[in-house]
Design a protein around this ligand. Structure first.
Ligand code: URA
Length: 214
């Protein structure tokens, strides 16, 4: 596999970076993918969400977070008025589906990291949401457990503040909404995201769901 580093400032646009990803062979995931899954949402958004990697439906459609976990993510965002097409830019640590939805290997993540760096460089988010431990490791370079660090804001080398949040697939496996459960904690975190967006003057398209306003 060729693994030549490329200068993220060299592609002249985000579009060119996406074209580069579409034909990428920097790691073995390129051999089993249907297509690279680059992003969804608004490249001009001030908020970026980074997940782990494409699943089967994402691999088939070319769009991140469209399967069950993605549908839950869309609902969570819209519960505080964040529209996934308007208010946020969505991508993953790796752009190609790991077979059987396994976690990406460290060498796959590092081969793909220049794309993520490029996306951050071009989108210039003010806030980054890191969905799940893989995204946290990739961006914050820490192995601290997500349960311990979720809901807190961290500085990043990219200038943006980043908040670790639970991955929506973890919430699908833990559906209780009782106080203190992962779903309840996610609810607190996403409300905090909306609060900080408002504080920073970042536009949010929708209203808070009446229950979220409490
Ligand atoms: N899970 C992720 O982490 N990313 C996707 O795009 C879909 C599911």
């Amino acid at each position: 596999m060729e693994n030549t580093p490329f200068d993220i400032h060299n592609p002249v646009s985000l579009k060119e970076l996406a074209c580069e990803a579409a034909t990428c062979t920097r790691c073995a995931l390129s051999r089993t993918r249907t297509q690279a899954v680059f992003s969804d949402g608004n490249p001009k958004a001030s908020v970026m969400l980074i997940g782990e990697g494409p699943g089967q439906q994402e691999d088939e459609t070319g769009v991140p977070f469209v399967g069950r976990a993605g549908q839950l993510l869309t609902q969570i965002l819209s519960s505080v008025g964040i529209d996934r097409k308007q208010d946020i830019y969505i991508c993953n640590t790796v752009k190609c589906r790991p077979p059987q939805n396994r976690k990406p290997e460290p060498e796959e993540m590092s081969a793909c990291f220049p794309y993520l760096e490029g996306q951050i460089y071009w989108v210039k988010p003010k806030l980054i949401l890191l969905a799940g431990a893989t995204a946290v490791q990739d961006v914050l370079k820490t192995k601290q457990g997500i349960t311990r660090i979720r809901g807190q804001w961290f500085d990043t080398p990219f200038g943006a503040k980043a908040m670790p949040i639970f991955h929506p697939s973890y919430l699908l496996r833990n559906p209780s909404k009782e106080k203190g459960t992962p779903k309840w904690l996610m609810w607190q975190d996403i409300k905090e995201v909306r609060r900080v967006m408002e504080e920073m003057g970042i536009p949010v398209s929708g209203e808070m769901h009446p229950l979220a306003a409490k």
